[in-house]
Design a protein around this ligand. Structure first.
Ligand code: MOS
Length: 717
């Protein structure tokens, strides 16, 4: 099949060739004239203050241009604390702000030199003296110090204690450790001042417009004077949704040395400086009637945050909206530790909450002796249990059937540890996910050139799912032209507005803008040729006949009143077959089938990749990923890929991604809903449930490593 054509499997990635040949240039791969290199110096203590920073040796080292610390950092109006004014109690950590140390690894200085190696060497010569304070990094040991995050800590629906008087009930605790995003591409930024009030950055970011605004606000610059480029992003998963302190430091450094400065975080820095999924303790009480109707759910969660920011990701929301249940009580608390702030990580709170909820549902299915899918169907929500609104669309029951048929759910036994083949125990599990289907505002410029090229421009940055490919697919269908003739330009803050790529909203949001701009452009052509124009006009011919070099439409697009009339969600269900070795506790994922109910699939090939990627993230969450802190020092000890495990090819079997593929009638013209988050949400629960079905051992604290299975087995004997 010819490259660039759309067939049943969908368009191949329009940037695939660029990526595999190395021609795609990521933020660190630019070399503006005169560029120099920055390296961070991180705090070696966990809490306290800086007494002294001795930079003399570093400054004398070869090639060093400057060493910036809070002692010598130029004053930025409105950034540093003002004398006499009280400092805000909470707020994002700022580099060069004051002498306080809030977490281990916190950057305290940036060294700039003419080469990276020289900057790295000099960074080792910076000597810092600290005053140390007592600190807390252990969630478990400090759980009694949790607090409510403002007004949305607790919700009540119906009789909050109902689950306790249900005929069949259980209460269990579920824990997830903290995880890091671990994108392949390290965070990096190049900053170049083009004039005293004019700045260009090449930055790894999920949103060039948000980054532009954030930088402009920090440095009090007119927005249009900040040019943000982020043409290719090698994964981010939430870690590049905000401007981090090191980015500000580089912009300051570039001003000090009057040259462009590049800084790329080390992999170790990625464990402390760009957020993570917070370590979270949860407890679920759930009760049902003897035939499996839910009576009540109580869902408590305590999530870790930093001392300086309250990160609230609402992990208990899933218990309010996933299943039909009249009596629901949720309590969410935060626990402030001396660690950097957590942030959104794929699936965010829903992924955390769904591990607990989907595990609890599974445990309930055994208590009831009901098939887990049947249990979910018995409690199928036909309308949103939380808001009472009708769903804009929901075909989750079809997704259950598709997935169950595909994985051969009938081969499963409801009796745990009852299937053994070739010395391995085998079992099946499932888990579901849901996530709000959002449509934000965006604009797109569509330009038809006289050479027949359609140029689409919007500022969105593509963090990896293949946004350009999806957008070209939409435009190709709308305009009736070959995808090869379409050029998609993005990742540039001077282009029409698009929001940050996050919250599974971009296909629905930017896709609508592309769709609408193409529709407007087509209408302009229709106006040129008057009535009787064909439905598939020859654009080039019309332009030539009218002596035009191009025709353009720039269209802003957003949802209408139907957005608030309906509850809009995407749904997923994950089916997993595992093998568990009874003696060693080794777990092999044997098969995975994921089904998404996320509306019309506009780009089948990249959608499939998106689901597979999320499922792999969920397998990592279930079996491997865990940030380990040595609480004696408050320091992350596994800050590298030798010790922090993510799944590799050998861990991943064939993953099948299926789609219900029915358009949502309300969300947008394509009927497309997001799928980035639901690809992961529910997956860890599905794996845990399969491990239980195979082995009879329920692990409620992730990751499910072999030692936990062996210890549980020994305890049973
Ligand atoms: Mo995501 S956590 O919406 O990047």
């Amino acid at each position: 099949m010819k490259e660039g054509a759309i067939n049943k499997e969908g368009l191949s990635r329009i940037d695939g060739r660029l990526k595999v040949t190395g021609a795609a240039r990521y933020s660190a791969e630019f070399t503006p004239a005169g560029m120099v290199y920055g390296v961070l110096v991180g705090s070696t203590i966990t809490k306290g203050s800086i007494k002294l920073i001795d930079t003399k040796a570093a400054e004398k080292a070869p090639g060093v241009l400057t060493v910036i610390t809070h002692f010598n950092c130029p004053k930025i109006p409105g950034y540093q604390p003002e004398t006499g004014k009280p400092e805000p109690e909470k707020g994002p950590y700022k580099f060069f702000y004051n002498n306080k140390i809030l977490f281990n690894g916190q950057p305290v200085a940036v060294v700039v030199a003419d080469t990276f190696e020289r900057a790295l060497l000099a960074s080792s010569l910076v000597k810092v003296q600290y005053n140390t304070d007592n600190y807390r990094t252990n969630l478990r040991a400090n759980i009694d110090k949790s607090f409510s995050p403002g007004n949305d800590g607790e919700t009540k629906r119906g009789n909050v204690d109902a689950w306790q008087s249900a005929p069949i009930k259980l209460q269990q605790e579920y824990v997830i450790p903290s995880e890091v995003h671990s994108p392949m591409e390290l965070h990096s930024i190049i900053a170049r001042w083009d004039a005293n009030d004019k700045l260009t950055v090449w930055d790894k970011t999920q949103g060039v417009k948000d980054t532009q605004e954030s930088i402009a606000n920090t440095f009090k610059l007119p927005k249009e004077n900040v040019q943000v480029n982020s043409k290719f992003v090698g994964g981010a998963f939430g870690s590049a949704l905000q401007v981090w302190p090191h980015e500000i430091a580089v912009i300051i450094a570039a001003k000090v040395v009057k040259r462009p400065v590049k800084l790329m975080l080390s992999r170790a820095d990625m464990f402390t400086s760009v957020g993570y999924r917070p370590h979270t303790w949860q407890k679920i009480g759930i009760g049902a009637t003897g035939d499996g109707k839910l009576v009540g759910i109580t869902h408590e969660a305590i999530g870790q945050t930093s001392t300086y920011e309250d990160f609230n990701e609402g992990p208990t929301g899933v218990s309010r909206s996933t299943y039909a249940c009249a009596n629901v009580h949720t309590i969410y608390k935060l626990n402030a530790l001396d660690i950097g702030s957590p942030t959104w990580m794929r699936g965010p709170g829903e992924a955390t909450g769904a591990f607990a909820l989907e595990s609890a549902l599974d445990e309930l299915s055994y208590a009831l002796n009901i098939d887990p899918i049947e249990l979910r169907l018995k409690n199928y929500a036909e309308t949103d249990p939380e808001s009472g609104k009708p769903f804009s669309s929901k075909y989750l029951n079809e997704a259950y059937k598709l997935g169950a048929d595909h994985i051969g759910w009938n081969d499963r036994s409801q009796k745990p540890a009852s299937i053994s083949k070739d010395g391995w125990l085998e079992g099946y599990g499932m888990g579901g996910g849901m996530f709000g289907a959002y449509r934000d505002q965006a604009a797109c410029r569509a330009l038809m050139m006289v050479d027949g090229t359609l140029l689409l421009q919007t500022s969105v940055s593509d963090i990896g799912p293949g946004t350009g490919t999806a957008m070209v697919s939409i435009a190709s269908e709308m305009m009736g032209i070959d995808p090869e003739k379409i050029r998609f330009e993005m990742g540039d803050s001077s282009l029409p507005y698009a929001p940050s790529q996050g919250g599974s909203s971009i296909t629905a949001t930017v896709g609508s803008a592309v769709n609408d701009a193409c529709k407007d452009l087509k209408e302009k052509f229709q106006q040129l040729i008057g009535n009787g124009g064909s439905d598939k006009p020859d654009y080039v011919k019309i332009l030539k006949e009218h002596n035009l070099s191009k025709l353009e439409a720039t269209t802003a697009s957003k949802g209408g009143p139907e957005m608030s009339k309906y509850a809009m969600y995407s749904w997923s269900v994950h089916f997993v077959k595992v093998k568990v070795h009874p003696a060693t506790g080794v777990i092999k994922i044997d098969r995975v089938v994921c089904v998404a109910d996320s509306g019309h699939i506009v780009s089948p090939k990249t959608a499939r990749s998106q689901i597979i990627g999320g499922a792999i993230g969920g397998i990592g969450m279930a079996l491997m990923e865990e940030v380990v802190i040595d609480h004696r020092y408050g320091k992350v000890v596994n800050n590298n890929f030798a010790d922090y495990h993510v799944p590799v090819n050998a861990d991943i079997p064939q993953i099948e991604a299926l789609f219900v593929n029915k358009p949502d009638p309300y969300i947008n013209p394509m009927g497309a809903k997001g799928m980035g988050e639901i690809a992961l949400i529910g997956m860890a629960g599905a794996v845990a449930n399969a491990v239980y079905n195979a082995s009879g051992i329920r692990v409620r604290e992730l990751p499910i490593t072999p030692d936990k299975l062996i210890m549980a087995k020994n305890a049973q004997v």
